[in-house]
Ligand binder design. Structure first.
Ligand code: AMP
Ligand code: GLY
Length: 421
């Protein structure tokens, strides 16, 4: 089978490496991929918004299956676009992708299907939103409706900071804003819960916790993710049942009622408050770096899982996992998430010695004349699996330190809640 993977980050390198292990794979293409994927797949330089080009290339090269990593093409309807192409494409359609494409769409589902979430209001202009603040309780959360690469969320301690958020959003910082969401601040502990779905049946696809803030102690600006660990310390059978019955299943039913059968990975960002799960947000894909953290634990052939989803046969497949603690540390370019330099040479990477429990996934990297250079804010993911999180973190740190890349920085405290507390 020939497989195409859409995307260029650490998540896509991890998908690529897992798919590569399947005996059913003949060749992998990555659109556009990175230096890591180029070692095991053919990178194809195509603008991801040009669905026609991706389709033409896939037909010419007889690609049988496309796996979509990032949210943007999903929200823009790439799955619907491939509907009559004869090529299987793994990911949710345009209706279902609204779960990530519009936070207000998701909130309305929560309201209609009684899914636990933070109380909220929707406002159509800034004066309406600002006057609501007069009688509001702080902290509260101001959110842009659409895709904002994780940046359209303001946790506000007072009226002044909420006003800044409201104005920035309505002034178009995250694209044209018709409406804005203001919600209650939930005080609890976060966790991410993943499922995979074939449109008929859903199966759990592990839990994780990421660290979004740039500085140690979970301080500083939000990033795409500085590291993660799996499983979450919060998960237990009672909580899992609540997550499935109160949140995931009603959501899948809501989409079905709209005429969309959810196919693909679904990532629920949750806040757990006194043992009760509340939905914060959905992502219609695997997380990054959660994907890199979770996939090394997967025992079952990933391609078999995805094929079963395409054929609506997930019911018949048992998904098995290694009982290990996985921890991922992201090596970033100095300056990220603000300004940083690209094309900084990364040498020594091939000299690192990995055991079967260590994994290196490229993200923002590219090859120039057989040398590896940085090409983005998040550059390389170091993942290690072991019997406890401390050992996993020590090993990931040892690998990063032995790479000793002068262009980078990383957080040394990933997993502090499960290691140090
Ligand atoms: P989101 O992009 O919606 O996941 O929001 C980014 C981060 O903001 C989340 O991971 C939470 O840490 C935080 N957050 C979002 N909504 C809330 C809320 N209602 N209460 C508390 N924290 C929140
Ligand atoms: N790690 C957060 C995300 O993938 O959106």
């Amino acid at each position: 089978m020939k497989v195409g993977i859409i995307g260029s980050g650490g998540r896509e390198h991890a998908l690529c490496l897992s798919i590569k292990q399947s005996s059913k794979v003949e060749k992998i293409y990555c659109f556009p991929g990175n230096a890591g994927t180029s070692e095991i797949a053919q990178n194809v330089e195509i603008d991801l918004s040009d669905f026609n080009k991706i389709k033409e290339y896939s037909i010419t090269n007889e690609i049988n299956l496309l796996i979509v990593g990032p949210e943007k093409p999903l929200v823009d309807g790439i799955v619907d676009f491939f509907n009559d192409s004869g090529i299987n494409i793994f990911g949710p359609d345009k209706i279902s992708s609204q779960l990530e494409g519009s936070k207000i769409f998701t909130k309305k589902i929560c309201e209609d299907y009684k899914i636990p979430t933070a109380k909220f209001g929707i406002f159509g202009n800034s004066s309406q939103a600002i006057s609501f603040l007069d009688n509001a309780q702080f902290p509260l959360v101001v959110k842009a409706d659409g895709l904002a690469s994780g940046k359209g969320v303001y946790i506000c301690e007072n009226k002044a900071s909420a006003e800044i958020g409201i104005k920035e959003i309505f002034n178009g910082k995250f694209g044209i804003a018709k409406d804005i969401l203001i919600e209650e601040f939930l005080d609890g502990e976060e966790m991410s819960y993943f499922i995979v779905s074939d449109g008929k049946k859903i199966k759990s696809f592990e839990t994780a916790q990421d660290h979004k803030r740039v500085l140690e102690g979970d301080k500083g600006a939000n990033t795409g993710g500085m590291g993660a660990y799996s499983p979450s310390r919060l998960i237990n059978p009672t909580l899992e049942e609540k997550i499935l019955n109160k949140i995931i299943k009603p959501t899948i039913q809501a989409l079905r009622d709209m005429g969309s059968n959810y196919k693909g990975f679904l990532y629920a960002g949750l806040m757990i408050v006194k043992g009760e799960p509340y939905l914060i947000e959905y992502n219609v894909r695997m997380g990054d770096p959660e994907c890199q953290t979770i996939l090394p634990k997967l025992k079952t052939d990933l391609l078999e899982i995805i094929e079963a989803c395409c054929q609506e046969k997930l019911k018949d497949l048992k998904i098995e996992w290694h009982d290990k603690k996985s921890l991922c540390i992201v090596l970033c370019s100095k300056g990220y998430p603000d300004k940083y330099n690209n094309e900084v040479l990364i040498d020594n990477i091939e000299k690192l010695s990995l055991t079967k429990n260590d994994f290196i996934y490229h993200a923002g990297t590219k090859k120039i004349e057989n040398k590896i250079y940085s090409n983005g804010g998040r550059v390389i993911n170091f993942v290690s699996l072991s019997s406890n999180f401390k050992k996993s973190r020590d090993k990931a740190l040892e690998l990063i330190n032995s790479l000793d890349w002068s262009g980078g920085f990383f957080r040394k405290d990933i997993g502090h809640k499960v290691i140090d507390e």
